[in-house]
Design a binder for this molecule. Structure first.
Ligand SMILES: Nc1ncnc2c1ncn2[C@@H]1O[C@H](COP(=O)(O)OP(=O)(O)OP(=O)(O)O)[C@@H](O)[C@H]1O
Length: 342
């Protein structure tokens, strides 16, 4: 396993009575792209600012490349942390050309060779003499990324890097950014509130709620084995059903369902909509309530006899009508959470 390039240990930051970051611990490994994912106001931007050194933490320890940059009695200023920052609005210098923007912050000795390499890496050849206002949003973002990468930082920090781009452009720019970061071999941490962005771009995702990280995992692990119901609902759509676990399986309104991890007693079962298969049957336990057709697939809302709702994601070609009865089967094991206390 590669060493941690960035380490935050029990870091806190308050603004008056607001605990923006509270006991946060997190590691970013050398060469990985980590997404810090959480709802608005959970402290993502504050974490990024603490890492960049724009403000000091109230407590805890931050290390970059094995060196403490913030700890009791230690505070290394931003320009000596070896971090590159890509701001949400890119913050390009409007009166400087693309070349001058990227060259900013490069020492004179290394400048020419490194500048050409970074411009090529970020596919900015041919745009070097343009001014920022003469560029598209995606191109501006590549300039901001090139400027951050130019001094070969230990870690690149990106704040909501796609929020200024329209939806159609986002997926393409995302793949492009991943390609550039991988080619640069850099360690990167980006913050986002968009689960799709986090899952599709990052090697690992850290989910943050109320100032702390509650789970760090690969995108697949996070989606398939969320730590609790809140993470489950934040990283995707989650069906939650009460059940009784008996080791490797559980009993619930769908009958017997296999479990990912053995459990016993009262549990709450989590099944993703695409884990459910439906079969029309007059004796089926569920009734089709609604159907949303998307072409490539469809979302079918079901009602169980106890009144609980369920959602199933199915190929668009399967025809089901509201009012029809269906049998519901789990195609893969459910995750069992402890039953919430009422
Ligand atoms: N300079 C500040 N002064 C006072 N409160 C602040 C300051 N900066 C952030 N906060 C508060 O700290 C909390 C965390 O803010 P932060 O910007 O880190 O969240 P975020 O997860 O990045 O949210 P968003 O996705 O909306 O940008 C919020 O309640 C915010 O209002």
């Amino acid at each position: 396993m590669s060493a941690a390039m960035v380490r935050l240990e029990n870091v806190s930051r308050r603004y008056g009575p607001v605990r923006a970051v509270e006991g946060l611990s997190l590691e970013v490994r050398r060469g990985e792209i980590l997404a810090l994912l959480g709802p608005s106001g959970c402290g993502k931007t504050t974490t990024l600012r603490l890492l960049a050194g724009f403000e000091p933490p109230d407590g805890g320890r931050i290390e970059i490349s094995g060196r403490p940059v913030a700890a009791p009695g230690v505070f290394v200023p931003p320009e000596r942390r070896r971090t590159g920052v890509v701001f949400q609005d890119y913050a390009l210098f409007p009166h400087l050309t693309v070349r001058q923007n990227v060259a900013y912050g490069l020492g004179r000795e290394k400048r020419e060779a490194r500048l050409e390499a970074v411009l090529r890496l970020a596919r900015l050849e041919g745009l070097e003499e343009r001014m920022p206002h003469e560029l598209s949003g995606g191109q501006q973002q590549r300039v901001a990324l090139a400027r951050a990468l130019a001094p070969e930082p230990a870690v690149v920090l990106l704040d909501e890097p796609f929020s200024n781009l329209d939806a159609a452009l986002r997926a393409r720019v995302r793949a492009e950014m991943r390609r550039i970061l991988l080619a640069a071999g850099t360690t990167a941490l980006f913050v986002t509130h968009d689960q799709e962005e986090a899952l599709s771009l990052a090697d690992r995702v850290a989910v943050m709620f109320e100032g702390r990280v509650v789970q760090s995992a690969t995108p697949e692990e996070l989606y398939e084995r969320p730590a609790d119901r809140r993470v489950a609902g934040f990283v995707g759509e989650a069906n939650l059903l009460p059940g009784t676990a008996e080791g490797e399986r559980a009993l619930c309104a769908l009958g017997e369902v296999p479990l990912r991890e053995p459990a016993r007693g009262g549990v709450e079962l989590m099944l993703r909509p695409e884990q459910l298969a439906l079969e029309p049957s007059p004796e089926g336990e569920a009734e089709v309530a609604e159907r949303e057709f998307y072409g490539h697939d469809q979302l079918v809302r079901l009602r169980l006899p106890g009144g609980e709702g369920l959602q199933a994601r199915l190929p668009g070609s399967i025809r089901l009508r509201p009012g029809e009865r269906v049998r519901v089967r789990a195609l893969s094991p459910a995750v069992a959470f402890p039953r919430p206390a009422h």
